[in-house]
Design a protein around this ligand. Sequence first.
Ligand SMILES: [Zn+2]
Length: 194
Amino acid sequence: MGELSLSTLSQANVFFRKTKASIQEKQIVLEKISGKSYRQTTKVLADLAPELAPAEKHRELGNNKIELKIVITEDLHQKLQDLKSQFSHKNPSMNYADLLEILVNKAIKQPKPKKSPSAPAVTKSISVGLKRQVFKRDKGQCSYTNCKSKHLLQYDHIKSQAFGGEHSVANLRLLCFWHHKMLTEKAFGKYKDK
Ligand SMILES: [Zn+2]
């Protein structure tokens, strides 16, 4: 058996505890990590038990901030770093949060409805008949809780078209300009969290 440092040995111990490894399994693992550095050992152990990768987490920090922990592949990490350096001429202090915001905003601005021959094409405008039914049902006023505004009304898709929502009485509602804006931002914000 090759060399094992104290740090790789303690990594192995944590791994054994989490995987409830048998004696034979322990021997195999120790052989695999002998002579390896701490980082190499981390990789070997992660490959052996990918299910031990930490789950995605988010934590509210207050002040409208969320701490988001995600596990990504080295490949994706490399791509993110490349992108970050591409943007850094505009903002040298750019961090991953800034990058994510740019990417998400870009994705939201250009929702590409999937057009496959089997899927029905997304019609661009809501028919007059459909509008009339929704208008009647919502009594010609904003349907947001107790708003009842009759100004600047818009037809809102409860499930956004970008996410497969369709033109139907059930999926449409009347909203005033402000509530339309508020709920649209909320919906896309929710989508971002997933
Ligand atoms: Zn309203």
